[in-house]
Design a protein around this ligand. Sequence first.
Ligand SMILES: [Fe+2]
Length: 448
Amino acid sequence: MSMTDDIPVHLRGNGAPVTEERTITDLKVTGAIPPELDGRYVRNGANPVTGMSDHPFFGDGMVHGVRLRGGKAEWYRNRYVKTPFYADPNKSILDLENLGDMRCSKANTHVVGHAGKILALEEGHFPYVLDGNLETVGATNYGGMLKGSFTAHPKICPVTGELLAFGYSYAEPYLTYLRVSAGGELVQVEPITVGGPTMMHDFNVTQNKIVFMDLPAVFSMEAALRGEMPIKWDAEYPARLGVMPRTGTDADVTWYDIDPCYVFHPMNSYEDGDKIILDVARFEYIWRDNGMDFPNPYLWRWTIDTVTGKVKEEQIDDRSAEFPRVADAHVAQPHRYGYMMGFSAGLTDDPAEAEGSILKYDRVAGTRTSIEFGKGRVGGEPVFAAAAGATSEDDGYLMTYVYDASNDASELVVFDAGTMSSTPVASVQLPRVPSGFHGSWIPATVAD
Ligand SMILES: [Fe+2]
């Protein structure tokens, strides 16, 4: 028996947390950082203060950011989000008292820029506002308008500037739709009737509509009281998609049956006449038994026919992938290109054997290309940033942190999304950045 047998799989290799908050300004850069990139690439992740967490989703939020400006990488900063769990690492997120306190967020899942603010998000609680140096300002409840949880996956409409969101809860109302104006005011709070307390990790937005995913991952109070992951697969629970106008109410939702499955992350959705197209990373099931009982996810397309009431479900690729994204300018609009994080063989115990990649899907040509990082090199969610004066949807850059097991260090890589050349346009050398969840390119014009 080795020492590592005591360490949970999610905290081994590059899952191991870093404890020191660092600011580094003399960063070594290979290649040339595109001078039009003026902003911050920021990514969130679970990084337990105590060094230990029972579950990959329960670690304390730590953001890692790189400030790019004028062709230079000005700084790298990693900062804990200063939540009540940071202040008191012995607090448990599963205590019912903390489950109901909306400031008691791990703030570890995503980070977005909207209406001049940088928001660190986790789906069970209030957002946390960060300043331009990634220091925590504090939790926000939108001036008292927000009473419950706020998703980690809001959608920012590139046409109206609105931020569309929702909150889900183990207590009624199980689902609440939230609409934030371009100026950052929460202007609509709408309870929505669903079949039960399901875990709704993400949702879909089109130019005029919302599509909720009411899927068979259901909150279990019994499991919560036992201190286990409180979400269980329920084979009896009907899987449905709920379509509602963006300014609609509960009475306006139309529900469409689909085959049982789970989707953490859609790539994007859009309207096409009477149809709604949704590209999603689909699992056959999750948490069917105890533990991380996940099959491989794949890209699927759902086509909702609002005239016949039927949903066509098609698997697009047999290469496993997750963390799908499109260009921010195409969110809720038709997309041709989507980008995903490729897996080598799921979670591997040996970082030297893992091989990461970025996949690019051309949904018009029906093709997939990739950038392969090579043995011992693993990346994360690919984030797209448009080039100056972009002339096509894929005219821009893909960013992610890549961890290299051979030197136990990371880099911010910037690839050309158009050519998908495996040689980065630029690479910023960094200390080890532990594997994490979601991030954003936040232009200085959005939040600074
Ligand atoms: Fe997510």
